[in-house]
Design a protein around this ligand. Structure first.
Ligand SMILES: Cc1ncc(COP(=O)(O)O)c(C=O)c1O
Length: 396
């Protein structure tokens, strides 16, 4: 009786949850029962945060950087982000500090940016499959999600013909995410040039989620913001979670025209007030300190990617493209079953391998699994051995 006394708002039914956190919770339950689980479900680097960044965070607490800051972030970090992002992406003239908004992780900023841009009934275009936060926020805002499929045969790049057909005067925002979660696909410079031309023709704002910009293996990273005429219609999103193994610190940022930055910072002021002061200080050290730890992580990710792709392709019924970015593979398991959720749950319960069903990321993900290779080569080897054994008994 009492439980029903408080009724959640109807709007809550428009939010969706993230499969990764649900599978992680079940994996933890199994571990509590004494099972050993290989975790390939969660999208976070298994490396430690670089030493110099940890030291900067501790020193910042010692020096009492423990108070509120401006909602958009402290000036030295905003300057440091503007300089780093311009240098890394070849942006000229450089971004300015007043175009930068700092946030406690990138996820709340995705939310605040969409809140600042999208009205009910607007169309928001993004890939299918995609990072679940885009669909959840779009639905919460009572806007219309317009999916554009990714093509496995082109390394999970966007189907540009389909994109062209789906953009219109009703499109408010096109969300790009390259390198891409969940597939690891990377858009080429030529893809981005076509997308830029379409965005200009239809007067569409681009939200470019570049959180995996440092996780690229082989192909070059290119930001749409660097293309002619695109800086003023792009909201660039990035953060420290993936590049610097700082998921738990919660530090992200966006770069956008100053008037939009003020609107987005106002959203932040109304929700989280500001990002932890000492975490912002540590962020300066990440951007301005030695870059070697990031490069070492990328080299290790490349070795793991090669191992997991080769291992998966050696399993009957699985076909796995070699992705150029992020730290995920997206094997096609339709040779085993089209019910990716049942397969994911079978692998977790029977083989102790935690992976995510592709359909957690959208309809077009059905028949795929998402596996994170942010785990050691040893653990990846164990996962592959366990899968080989378990799949022979999968009740198809
Ligand atoms: C595509 C994408 N964007 C944003 C985020 C959020 O990152 P953060 O940890 O900074 O909130 C993630 C995290 O998995 C992601 O995959």
């Amino acid at each position: 009786m009492l439980i029903d006394a408080i009724r959640p708002a109807a709007a809550m039914s428009r939010l969706s949850s993230e499969g990764a956190f649900e599978v992680l919770a079940r994996a933890r339950e199994l571990e509590a029962q004494g099972r050993t689980i290989v975790h390939l479900e969660i999208g976070e680097p298994d490396f430690d945060t670089p030493e110099h960044v940890k030291r900067a965070g501790m020193a910042a607490i010692e020096s009492n950087h423990t108070h509120y800051t401006p909602s958009a972030g402290i000036a030295p970090l905003r300057e440091s982000i503007a300089a780093y992002a311009s240098r890394f992406r070849g942006i000229s003239p450089s971004f300015r500090a007043d175009e930068v908004v700092v946030s406690p992780g990138l996820k709340p900023l995705i939310w605040n940016v969409l809140c600042a841009l999208v009205d009910p009934g607007d169309e928001v275009v993004f890939a299918d499959p995609a990072y679940p936060a885009y669909a959840s926020c779009t639905s919460y805002l009572q806007a219309k999600a317009v999916p554009v499929p990714l093509l496995e045969r082109t390394g999970f790049r966007l189907d540009l013909d389909e994109l062209a057909a789906k953009l219109s005067g009703r499109t408010r925002v096109l969300i790009l995410n390259s390198p891409h979660n969940p597939t690891g696909g990377v858009l080429t410079r030529s893809d981005l040039a076509t997308i830029a031309e379409l965005a200009q023709r239809h007067d569409v704002t681009i939200v470019s989620d570049e959180i995996y910009s440092r996780n690229v293996y082989g192909s070059e990273f290119c930001s749409i913001a660097a293309l002619p005429g695109m800086r003023e219609r792009t909201i660039l999103l990035d953060g420290f979670s993936k590049a610097y193994a700082m998921t738990g610190w919660r530090l992200g940022y966006g770069i956008m025209p100053a008037h939009i930055a003020r609107a987005v910072a106002l959203m932040g002021q109304n929700t989280y007030s500001c990002t932890a002061s000492f975490v912002q200080q540590a962020g300066i050290s990440a951007l301005e300190g030695p870059d070697r730890p990031v490069q070492a992580m990328v080299d290790e990710f490349r070795r793991r990617r090669d191992a997991i792709v080769d291992g998966l392709n050696a399993l009957a019924g699985i076909r796995c493209a070699k992705p150029d970015g992020a730290f995920y593979v997206f094997p096609n398991v339709s040779g085993i079953t089209s019910d990716d959720r049942r397969l994911g749950s079978y692998l977790l319960e029977e083989a102790g391998v935690a992976a995510l069903a592709g359909s957690y990321f959208g309809e077009a993900g059905r028949g795929y699994l998402r596996m994170s290779y942010a785990n050691s080569l040893d653990h990846i080897g164990t996962a592959l051995d366990r899968m080989r054994a378990a799949l022979t008994n999968f009740p198809g």
